[in-house]
Design a protein around this ligand. Sequence first.
Ligand code: PLP
Length: 411
Amino acid sequence: MPLSPKPQDEAPAEAGPATGPARADGLSRRSLAAQAMGRIDPVTRGVVPPLHVSTTFIRDPDNAYSSGFAYARPDNATVREAESVIAMLEGAQAGALLFGSGMAAATAVFTALEPGDHVVAPKVMYWALRRWLREEAPRRTFAIDFVDADDLDALRAAMRPGRTKLVWIETPGNPLWTVTDIAAAADIAHAAGARLAVDSTAASPVHTRPLALGADIVMHSATKILNGHSDVVAGVLAAGRADAFWERIGAIRANGGAILGPFEAYLLMRSLRTLPLRAAAQSASALDLARRLRRHAFVASILSPGLPDDPGHAVAARQMEGGFGYMLSIRVRGGEEAAIGTAARVRLWKRATSLGGVESLIEHRASVEGPGSPCPPDLLRLSTGIEDPADLYRDLDAALWAAHGGEPRQA
Ligand SMILES: *Cc1c(COP(=O)(O)O)cnc(C)c1O
């Protein structure tokens, strides 16, 4: 029997710590995720539900669709199963919606705005979404201002009460890992009559639950740690309240055909079972690396909210639980050339874009980000996987020395 017979309708009511009880029956989010909400296949009693691939469904003699399924563009049972686990992890009473990518999920929120609406977005944010906003906002009739969202006074000053309908934040913000106070941003947004949406990709639902802190919508690129194995592109939105805006987003997904495919949803479902373990291990490794690298001769600075002297640490310590996320960036002494040289010399780290996978990735971020990027040229973005952090440190240390003309130190 499923641990929750109708998971869509029974997302946990109250927020709890990452490993603590999420539901009245005492099961933690980790336990619920491990068993995918306890779902079994009703036909075979298999402990893994089947992959539902049918695009169409038989009508009843009375012309109804008693199964609740008619066609696969608006809805799919495997997609629903993965959504129910994410809704549980986020404490999302109104449920979750999976999309074909993180960008499809994020842009659905902006597409749901009305002509003339005003939007506030952060300067430090996922570069492709910033590019989309810069290119699309002028054509789509919504006005947008980019602010330093970690500066609450700047955020407050950007609000146009009555006109601002959406505040978008990303915390920690890619690729500088600046931290925005979600509860304070929610207060500021709500006071002006706007909604708060949070891109929580770098935090994961294991370490932060924006809805419990007052946000209206949380978004993830599920391509990242939610799937975590670098083999699925997916995105998700989750909401606390099933209001008209949320319904409109659902209609935009259904009518625009942006739903995730069932095969991807199946792989995501498998990954979600281990998310709490992966997130805990990857965050612990990221913090371990940040602590080791701060003493490194060729590292000028470390951007990681887990370090006590990081400008975002106090807020992060308040709103994150069980870890500070799996991402960090370093600024390499010697500038852009030394940074690119370091990324070229690692062996264990993989020199590739993206984040959140079980394999660690390194990237010279300024090579990727376009105009308007706050990313300095000497910055390397590190996505920490599940390898031994001692091996990760040794590999990076050797590359830093080699890029600076020294002999790679053999430990
Ligand atoms: C990758 C990413 C996105 C976009 O997600 P896709 O799945 O690549 O479309 C959005 N926000 C953040 C923070 C990301 O890292």
